[in-house]
Each structure stands twice: as structure tokens, then as C-alpha cells.
Design a binder for this molecule. Structure first.
Ligand code: SF4
Length: 231
């Protein structure tokens, strides 16, 4: 398997896979250098580590043919697994369901805004429409366990007008994480002329309070640090 990162820090093993079925124009990960590892390389590191939590992310983990054997091996080793996905492979999430603690799934814009989804993912109209239906299926599967909906706040797409249109799809998520665009250079490339953290932290907090009407917990991450709102 090709990885862009394998690390063990602060009690969490991070396994970040290379390759994605989207071409988001602000994505750092699809341009990062890759290194080849075997399943045993990852399992050996995990078994030797005292870290219990494992985050499987990347780019897109569900494209990896070795993902399920890896998840089963990690679970057998007593690890607690969070699986991140863009939601395009619900059948993989369904197969992983018995073995993981939960899922992290990104929503990029209101799912009724096809031009926005096309611009944010690099998908054609036909593939964007297919993605939206697969994403909804993935969200329903993930809600059976524990689900963090991950929202990258790019102000042209995520704002006080669009958040209410996202609400129906995030209802029953365990938490929502709002991430201030460009606040971590490891995550984002400049996009839409934004080269510094945007929108302002006050706007992030305002959006967080709106979301708290529909979910139990909202985490906000950005240049204001990390803040949690709970019901
Ligand atoms: S932002 Fe996520 S979905 Fe988009 S290309 Fe990067 S890894 Fe894939």
C-alpha cells in the first residue's frame, strides 16, 4: 500500500493513504510524495505501540485493496479505529462497520448545490450527482456507529446561508468538526484567492452555534485554536 504518512504521536497512530478518486483543487494530499509499505509494516508498528487509537485517512483510504485486511488486523490487535472517507465507497464503509469505532466523512457544500460540488471536487456533473447519492448512503451507514462530519469552511461555499441546507444531512451525526480553511498548511493549497486562514474565527464560532441546533457536539479548529460546543 502507498502511504503519504505513517506516524505514531501523542497516543494516536496515523495511517494516511495516497490516491483519491476526487481532484479537489485545494488538496495538498494528492500531491504529496508516497512511500510503499506492506500490511505487516503497519501492523508491526501498531502492535509494538502503546497507542490504542488508529486514524486511517489520507487522501482516500477506501480505494486501497488491502484496507479491510488491515482494519481486521488492527482490530484483532486491540486498536480503536477511526476511518475517514469522502463517502464515495459506501460498500467499503459497510464492510468496515463491525471493526471500527467510527467514521470521519467530509461534506464539502450543500448537497443540493451541484455546481459547487463540481468545483470543489473536480467531478463532472454526472459523477457529482452519483457522488451525492453515494455520500448520503455512506452517512447513513456511518451513523450506525460514531460519525464526525468534517466541514472545511471555505467561505464562498460554507456560510450562514448554506449551513441550514447542510443541516438535514448531518442530523444524527455524533459531532461536526468545522475547520477554518488555510489554517493548517499541511491540509490546504490556496484556493479562490485565499492564502491565509479564512473566514475569521468569529464567523467560525457563529457557524458552530448554528450547527449546535442540530447536533450534540461541534468542534471548531483554526487559528483561534480548538474549541468545543456541546449541548
Ligand atoms: S480533499 Fe479529500 S476528497 Fe478531495 S482530493 Fe483531497 S483527499 Fe480527495
Amino acid at each position: 500500500m502507498r502511504l503519504i504518512n505513517l506516524s505514531d504521536n501523542a497516543g494516536q497512530i496515523r495511517v494516511e493513504f495516497a490516491g483519491c478518486n476526487m481532484r479537489c483543487p485545494y488538496c495538498v494530499h494528492i500531491k504529496q510524495p508516497k512511500t510503499e509499505y506492506s500490511i505487516d509494516d503497519v501492523l508491526d508498528l501498531a502492535k509494538a505501540s502503546s497507542s490504542k487509537d488508529v486514524y486511517l485517512g489520507g487522501a482516500e483510504p477506501t480505494l486501497q485493496k488491502d484496507l479491510l485486511p488491515l482494519i481486521e488486523g488492527l482490530q484483532a490487535a486491540g486498536k480503536s479505529i477511526l476511518l475517514k472517507s469522502n463517502g464515495m465507497k459506501p460498500e467499503v464503509l459497510e464492510s468496515a462497520l463491525p471493526f471500527v469505532k467510527g467514521f470521519v466523512i467530509e461534506i464539502k457544500a450543500p448537497l443540493d448545490d451541484i455546481p459547487a460540488i463540481m468545483e470543489l471536487t473536480g467531478l463532472s456533473e454526472e459523477r457529482a450527482l452519483n457522488y451525492i447519492s453515494l455520500l448520503r448512503e455512506s452517512l447513513e451507514i456511518a451513523k450506525q456507529k460514531w460519525l464526525r462530519v468534517w466541514i472545511r469552511v471555505i467561505p464562498e461555499f460554507i456560510n450562514a446561508d448554506t449551513i441550514p441546507r447542510i443541516m438535514p444531512d448531518i442530523e444524527d451525526a455524533s459531532e461536526v468538526m468545522l475547520y477554518q480553511f488555510m489554517s493548517n498548511p499541511d491540509f490546504d493549497l490556496p484556493f479562490k484567492g485565499h492564502e491565509t486562514p479564512t473566514p475569521g474565527w468569529e464567523e467560525i464560532q457563529k457557524l458552530g452555534e448554528m450547527l449546535l441546533e442540530r447536533v450534540q457536539r461541534v468542534m471548531m479548529v483554526g487559528d483561534g485554536g480548538k474549541m468545543v460546543l456541546e449541548k
